[in-house]
Design a protein around this ligand. Structure first.
Ligand SMILES: Cc1cc2nc3c(=O)[nH]c(=O)nc-3n(C[C@H](O)[C@H](O)[C@H](O)COP(=O)(O)O)c2cc1C
Length: 321
């Protein structure tokens, strides 16, 4: 198990379908960095949906985990905040940045950037409902004609948020184009609470660059963590010590991939675990010898033994080259 007690300026970005218990466990074992769940829908929690409970339950993890909530009914936030505290949350984050249609059509995620009074009510209610620290994650704005991250950040601060994370893209951009780091800098200058910058950090050096350019208190890393659970700790080490860690070897990748597969199977069962492992495996072997062939073979397999054998033979081939 890694250190995890060390305070870090590096934050895992919440990612639905990715930052589940198995992934957090692997990242935690690599060392330092702040960990978070996938988003949990408060309406589903209210309905006692077992899948949402599973996402929100971090009680078995022996390192701090923030639980991210998504919704738009302040009353339900009260119940959800209490419940996730009982399920072991160290902090609560409120999702006000998700661009997905299904979410914004229900007035949740980034749709709340268009309704500042409601967003304020949600934050105030949640802060009142729990002794846990409450942070908010949002975007640059709805679209280029509605860039309101600065005003939104000030509202978060006034409503009692402990910290904010800003993704430098509008809702309209989704994940395309470049993240606007200038808006992150403007947000940082407009509030006193800690500001975490998010968008396009792919290496420890890029993280340092964002801190230097935007003056932010920390950085949040999303997609660059896919197939790269080492990156959070590597970035932490780089920011605190200025040293760039060596790239992981193919043997490190093989070990990590097998651990990930085992954890997914333990957590989701053999069928579910293998199915979820396919996307992760693709990310782990990106750029390796004959990765495409390996991926194709992997996808066809449905039992753990054959998968383990394939991984062994593939990495023997990679390492013998
Ligand atoms: C597959 C995927 C799932 C995501 N799920 C969430 C989520 O549940 N909650 C959230 O606030 N943001 C979510 N995001 C957005 C990320 O947290 C992050 O803001 C975004 O990827 C930009 O950071 P990056 O450039 O480092 O990837 C998701 C992004 C991706 C790619």
């Amino acid at each position: 198990m890694g250190i995890q007690s060390e305070k870090s300026r590096v934050y895992m970005a919440p990612m639905a379908g990715i930052t589940d218990y198995p992934f957090r466990h692997l990242v935690a074992a690599c060392g330092s960095g702040n960990l978070i769940t996938e988003m949990v829908a408060i309406n589903a929690i209210q309905r006692h949906n077992p899948k949402s409970y599973q996402i929100a339950d971090v009680s078995k993890e022996n390192y701090p985990v923030t639980v991210q909530l998504v919704g738009n009914n302040p009353l339900l936030f009260t119940d959800a905040a209490k419940l996730v505290a009982d399920l072991g949350a160290q902090e609560i984050d409120i999702n006000m940045g998700c661009p997905v249609k299904k979410i914004v059509n229900n007035g949740c995620g980034s749709a709340l950037m268009k309704d500042i009074p409601l967003a304020a009510k949600i934050i105030e209610t949640t802060v009142k409902a729990t002794p846990l620290k409450v942070s908010v994650k949002f975007r640059k704005g709805w679209d280029n004609d509605h860039v309101n991250a600065v005003e939104f950040a000030q509202m978060c601060e006034q409503s009692g948020a402990h910290r904010i994370a800003v993704h430098g893209r509008t809702r309209a951009q989704g994940y395309s184009g470049d993240a606007d780091w200038n808006i992150i800098k403007e947000v940082k200058q407009a509030v006193k609470i800690p500001v975490i910058g998010n968008g396009d950090i792919t290496t420890p050096q890029k993280a340092a660059e964002m801190i230097e350019k935007c003056g932010v208190d920390g950085v949040m890393i999303g997609r660059a963590l896919l197939g790269n659970p080492w990156l959070l700790n590597k970035t932490h080490q780089y920011l605190e010590g200025g040293r760039a860690a060596a790239d992981q070897t193919t043997s490190d990748i093989k070990k990590m991939l097998l651990k990930h597969l085992n954890l997914l199977i333990e957590y989701y069962g053999e069928k579910g675990g293998i199915s979820i492992s396919r996307k992760h495996i693709s990310w782990y072997v990106r750029g390796l010898y004959e990765a495409k062939r390996f991926r194709e073979q992997y996808t066809k397999l449905t039992d753990t033994d054959s998968i383990r054998k394939l991984i062994e033979s593939y990495f023997t081939e990679v390492e013998s080259r």
